[in-house]
Design a protein around this ligand. Structure first.
Ligand code: AMP
Length: 116
């Protein structure tokens, strides 16, 4: 899939709508369209990287940045101390449906229930 066809690239570029809660020159965070928990936010690199499998060594700092931003958002959402879950789905059998790297932040009730 080319970046032009990628829904998360379109959200980053502002050509598709999403509830963006943070954006800078490297990463974007927005609410998941179909939330699986009371708090369900996706944090993505602006650059099109399909999945963890394609992360290059020079992009490693981006992973750290996604995690630090997730922690900050957890704080803003009031769940940092209560607890939350961070998740990367990778590939078909890993449950990935959108092939633009994204870190899920889940919090609230029911986050321990793993669904198909
Ligand atoms: P994954 O299954 O790990 O690839 O997660 C993809 C996530 O993206 C799912 O939780 C979807 O609900 C979410 N999603 C798909 N399209 C959109 C969109 N246009 N805006 C916000 N979230 C989306």
């Amino acid at each position: 899939m080319s970046p032009e066809e990628c829904i998360f690239c379109q959200i980053v570029a502002g050509t598709s709508q999403a509830k963006i809660i943070y954006q800078d020159e490297e990463i974007t965070a927005f609410w998941d369209q179909y939330p699986a928990a009371p708090v369900h936010i996706l944090i993505v690199p602006n650059k099109h990287i399909p999945s963890i499998n394609e992360v290059a060594e020079e992009d490693a700092y981006l992973l750290t940045k996604l995690i630090f931003k997730a922690r900050e958002i957890a704080e803003d959402q009031g769940v940092r101390e209560k607890g939350y879950r961070l998740l990367f789905n990778i590939g078909k059998e890993g449950g990935q449906s959108v092939y633009h790297l994204h870190l899920h932040l889940f919090a609230g009730k029911h986050i321990l229930v793993v669904k198909d």
